[in-house]
Write a protein that binds this ligand. Structure first.
Ligand code: HEC
Ligand code: HEC
Length: 503
């Protein structure tokens, strides 16, 4: 995974990058992969290997800093791998992980296409759908708790505003990106099950010549009911938690986006003004800017992000580690007193269900396959990654009988959490008080909480639940502080594998 470089290799890498745009058939894979070996983003879980890895990464980062000042932009150029090489299977999953990891921690420069001609050099608050731009790299916001983690309150983003006043936008805290690939896979499987149920209702309606109403459920989750009419029209007014198209959208606080790739492209554009070729071709003028194609943000740089870079970043996020549950099984030393917290953890786990938390934050869902496919947009075969084998550890571990259980603590549905949590205005036509149940995976490491980061602690987050979660919240409040503490111990055990150092 880690490669040491001589100056000659860097020159080869640069030469390969320089020729890439002219002749995409040139195989730059070997030299590019070596260049990227400079910053290994993969972590070892075993403590000694983890510590050595941290030291090595630090040394390499220093070396890269010197290289950047002598050959500015060389690392970014090295990430411009042609999509054709990915399609041809020239990149192994671990190399793709490193490539994407480099992009995730890449500080974009004006010369790379950072920002836009009509936006300030840096703007804390976004203007409409367009970025500040408000950060130089993805990892500026997704960092708390480790690589691809959450954002602090001071990292909050403010989309849909006037570019100047925070109150005109919607305040959003950066969520953690752990376990992202498995979340997309679950959403895809649920969507496929619902599509099959919908098709069966239509078949029945045609057969009987009368409207047919049926329940929608997948993986034990209830999505309400749906009525299919023989003429092909529907009554979707009883669908619950998702939109009438029955597509599960697992990303964004509102549950507005279906795929990691969709998010990668919009995040690149809004936070950094880095526009992919696909984004330029497909996004609305409001999202990309009104200057003539192929440079809608007018900054003089075209083809800012290549299809290969979008794919690498997407696969890197899909391959993020899976958070763990680490109960306090040893005596925890708290000041003077040695306290065995395990019984309180057990108590908390029970209360998580009895208080009704588990109806929305569903502790585990079965997944049929951990094979993550990234569909080609150029007609090639999809790139396929096995999330049980590839990517950052810890990964999902199949049970003895092969079953895959994803412990993501979400039901993939939107819920109305009442007026106090409601946004000032509706985002993308969705109800302003409705939010997707956020995954509580690794929640001990993702503070602050809720869509705008208004809750500094787990308890504050729970007490701010309202609407559909009001009864659950009230039941929690009614407990003694000792009993509430058990639930807090349980939530604190939802964490990430121990790491020596964060990137
Ligand atoms: C200024 C802070 C900031 C930066 C920089 C940033 N993000 Fe985000 N990210 C957010 C916020 C806020 C959200 C929630 C967005 C929403 O609810 O619509 C988010 C959501 C996401 C999601 C969806 C996760 C989920 O579970 O809903 C992905 C994927 C993502 N970001 C990837 C990236 C990538 C890739 C980059 C770099 C190209 C990046 N982000 C840069 C703040 C940031
Ligand atoms: C009706 C569904 C529902 C129930 C019941 C529910 N929650 Fe939530 N929970 C949500 C939604 C939706 C959000 C996101 C709200 C927001 O961002 O404003 C949330 C947010 C959270 C968060 C913050 C997560 C983060 O990443 O910011 C925590 C912690 C949490 N819930 C714990 C609990 C606990 C503990 C219980 C039981 C006492 C509970 N929830 C009951 C739907 C529910």
């Amino acid at each position: 995974m880690t490669r040491r470089l001589g100056l000659a290799t860097v020159i080869v890498a640069l030469a390969a990058c320089a020729t890439e745009k002219v002749n995409p058939a040139v195989t730059s894979r070997d030299s590019t992969a070596e260049t990227l070996g400079i910053v290994s983003t993969a972590f070892e879980v075993e403590p000694r290997a983890n510590a050595l890895g941290a030291l090595e990464r630090d040394a390499r980062r220093r070396a890269v800093r010197f290289r950047e000042v002598t050959s500015p932009g060389f690392l970014f150029a090295a990430t411009r791998v042609p999509q054709g090489e990915l399609d041809a299977g020239l990149w192994s999953p671990s190399e793709l992980y490193e490539l994407g990891g480099q992009l995730f921690t890449q500080r974009f420069r004006r010369e790379d296409g950072y920002g836009a001609a009509d936006l300030p050099a840096f703007g804390r608050f976004q203007r409409g759908e367009r970025g500040g731009p408000d950060a130089e790299q993805c990892a500026d916001c997704h960092r708390r708790g480790g690589l691809a983690g959450a954002g602090d309150a001071s990292d909050n983003a403010y989309p849909y505003g006037d570019g100047e006043n925070p109150d005109t936008g919607l305040e959003r805290n950066a969520p953690s990106l752990t376990g992202l690939g498995l979340r997309e896979l679950l959403a895809r499987e649920i969507t496929a099950e619902l599509a099959a149920e919908r098709a069966a209702l239509f078949d029945k309606a045609k057969e009987t010549g009368a409207p047919v109403r049926g329940k929608l459920s997948a993986k034990g989750l209830d999505f309400g009911s749906f009525t299919a009419r023989p003429n092909g029209t529907v009554d979707a007014s009883e669908v619950v938690g998702i939109e009438p198209d029955l597509v599960v959208r697992p990303f964004g606080w509102k549950g507005h986006s279906r795929t990691i790739r969709e998010m990668v492209e919009s995040e690149l554009a809004t936070h950094h003004g880095m526009q992919s070729a696909w984004f330029v071709a497909h996004a609305t003028t409001a999202a990309k800017g009104a200057q003539p194609q192929p440079d809608p943000d007018g900054d003089g740089v075209t083809d800012e992000i290549s299809e290969g870079q979008v794919s690498a970043l997407t696969l890197f996020l899909a391959m993020q580690e899976v958070p763990t549950v680490e109960p306090p099984i040893v005596l925890v030393e708290l000041g003077q007193a040695n306290t065995n917290l395990f019984p309180r953890w057990l108590d908390g786990a029970t209360r998580f269900r009895s208080l009704g938390c588990a109806t929305c934050h569903v502790p585990e869902l079965p997944l049929a396959s951990a094979s993550f496919t990234l569909e080609s947009r150029t007609g090639a075969a999809p790139v396929t990654i096995d999330l049980a084998k590839d990517g950052a550890a810890p990964r999902i571990v199949p049970l003895a009988d092969g079953t895959l259980l994803v412990r993501a603590f979400t039901d993939f549905k939107r819920h109305d959490l009442g007026p106090k949590l409601a946004d000032a205005f509706s985002e993308r036509g969705l109800a302003s008080s409705s939010f997707l149940t956020p995954s509580l995976w690794g929640v001990a490491r993702t503070r602050p909480y809720l869509h705008d980061g208004r809750a500094p602690t787990l308890e504050a987050a729970i007490l701010m639940h309202g609407g559909e979660a009001e009864a659950s919240r009230d039941a929690y409040e009614a407990l003694s502080d000792h009993d509430r503490g058990g639930l807090r111990v349980y939530l604190t055990s939802l964490t990430r594998a121990r790491r020596f150092a964060v990137p």
